[in-house]
Design a protein around this ligand. Structure first.
Ligand code: PNS
Length: 169
């Protein structure tokens, strides 16, 4: 039987426990999940692509049927090239929906052969996003338990040299 492959695209700047939860759930539905980092130079990322890939690699150690990759250009073209039958995306709150809906519809317009599959993240990760994690880490807050250990270390390293801005009295 044909292998069922899903691509799980994103910025992963950085990967969080919410992303890992989606990967694990995705693997219960698909034979293989390709976690793919979007190369988008116009997006102001904190981590380089290489740093992001390294953090993902380290975080998924021990999980089988995963591949880690990058893509440039249209996601739907990449998914077709990788012979994926689905694009996997995580949903947390309603606020995610508008963007995700637009993206899924656009991708369907571009190709009807690849389905977008949304999975709900576990309850514990509902409020976690890469941006929130970066903000908390920037101001010296505790991020343990919300991101893989390697991400904790890398964020601490990144922000060591950047002093948080002082609040006005
Ligand atoms: O983690 P993110 O930033 O929410 O991921 C968004 C991403 C990278 C999946 C999305 O921006 C994307 O697919 N970019 C590639 C360009 C593309 O295919 N655009 C058409 C769909 S609107």
């Amino acid at each position: 039987m044909k292998e069922k492959i899903a691509v799980y695209p994103g910025s992963f700047d950085p990967i969080t426990n919410g992303h890992l939860d989606i990967i694990q759930r995705g693997l219960t539905l698909f034979d293989k999940v390709i976690v793919t980092v979007a190369v988008n130079p116009s997006k102001n990322a904190l981590f380089t692509i290489e740093e992001r890939l390294e953090m993902i690699r380290e975080s998924v150690k021990g999980i089988s049927n995963i591949e880690i990759d990058t893509f440039e250009g249209l996601l739907i073209d990449y998914a077709a090239k990788r012979k994926a039958c689905a694009i996997l995306r995580g949903l947390r709150a309603m606020s995610d929906f508008e963007f995700e809906f637009q993206m899924a519809m656009m991708n369907r317009r571009l190709s009807r052969d690849i389905q977008t599959v949304f999975l709900m993240t576990g309850f514990r990760w509902f409020f976690i996003s890469s941006s929130a994690i970066k903000e908390v880490a920037h101001f010296g807050g505790k991020i343990e338990g919300m991101v893989p250990e390697i991400v904790c270390e890398k964020l601490k390293e990144k922000f060591k040299s950047i002093k948080p801005a002082k609040c006005r009295p």
